[in-house]
Design a protein around this ligand. Structure first.
Ligand code: MN
Length: 296
């Protein structure tokens, strides 16, 4: 049976072109993963291709994973960390945090990566905010390739990143001319995004800028590549709670969204990102609450 396919939407994050893979029409979440932006690869000389001013989050974790280049995170807790390939930044917003993300002044002139969000379950979504930076996530090697596990566990690799749902987040490299069979948790739903190169999943060729969804059931996926590839694999137990996403907020009710928006506009709750020399993002008008419209 062919995989369910969802074409990414081309958008801009400030001046940075991105492809939004989640949420998408017909597929709002994959396990607890509720947002996936793909940016790059790009090369630049001078300037800051990524520069997201001060903005708030509630009810989620952000996960920043790079294939190339670097991104500097600062937040209202005073955390400051540059994420580079092989490492991961995980910000747990809990009830509220503000942060900025930018290309640091000292950089490689390249940028290639993803940002993901994870919806926090009811029991954890009002917790105090926190931030974790991991320089090098664990990897597993298999005959056909290598997997870097930035969230959850695959084979012998378990990410030390803190998470609150059963999930997996993995960057899988398949060697040229190889086949790599990866184990799947049969209780998880999964999604796969081609990051580079050419790939097939269970014999089905993958297109660029397309998210492929796998319903719960299979305990294995066969990944193949002619010239070599990198794939993003995310998954988790189907998220049982119905979430409401608006701008940078993950909540349950319109009232919570309105309160978070009012708190941001009134400079309450979220704190300031003192390390960032620049403006704060204004929240959009609340008029159109129904369609989820995450910004960054
Ligand atoms: Mn953000």
């Amino acid at each position: 049976m062919p995989l369910e396919t969802h074409t990414n939407r081309e958008m801009f994050l400030g001046s940075l072109p991105i492809r939004r893979a989640l949420p998408t029409r017909g597929r709002r979440v994959v396990g607890p993963w509720c947002f996936l932006d793909r940016f790059g690869p790009l090369a630049f000389a001078g300037g800051k291709p990524m520069d997201v001013p001060k903005h708030p989050h509630i009810g989620l974790q952000t996960v920043s994973w790079l294939l190339d280049g670097e991104v500097l995170h600062d937040d209202s807790l005073g955390s400051s960390a540059i994420v580079r390939p092989g490492g991961v930044n995980v910000m747990t917003s809990g009830r509220g945090i503000a942060h900025t993300e930018q290309t640091p002044a000292s950089n490689t002139g390249r940028l290639d990566g993803v940002q993901l969000w994870i919806a926090l379950p009811q029991a954890q979504r009002h917790q105090p905010p926190s931030f974790a930076s991991i320089d090098e996530v664990p990897a597993f090697e298999a005959p056909g390739g290598i997997g870097r596990v930035f969230a959850g566990t695959m084979l012998e690799a378990t990410s030390p990143a803190p998470h609150y749902s059963s999930l997996i987040g993995c960057d899988i490299g398949v060697h040229a001319g190889s086949q790599l069979d990866v184990p799947l948790d049969a209780a998880f739903e999964h999604a796969i995004l081609l990051l580079s190169g050419d790939a097939a999943v269970n014999g089905q060729h993958l297109a660029d800028a397309t998210l492929y969804y796998l319903a719960p059931g299979p305990s294995e996926a066969g990944l193949g590549s002619h010239g070599g590839c990198r794939l993003l694999l995310i998954g988790g137990s189907p998220f049982e709670e119905r979430i409401l996403m608006w701008w940078n907020f993950v909540a349950r009710t319109p009232e919570e969204i309105a309160e978070a928006r009012a708190d941001w506009e009134a400079h309450r709750r979220f704190g300031d990102v003192a390390a960032y020399d620049g403006p704060r993002l204004d929240a959009p008008e609340l008029a159109r609450l129904a369609p989820p419209n995450p910004a960054s």
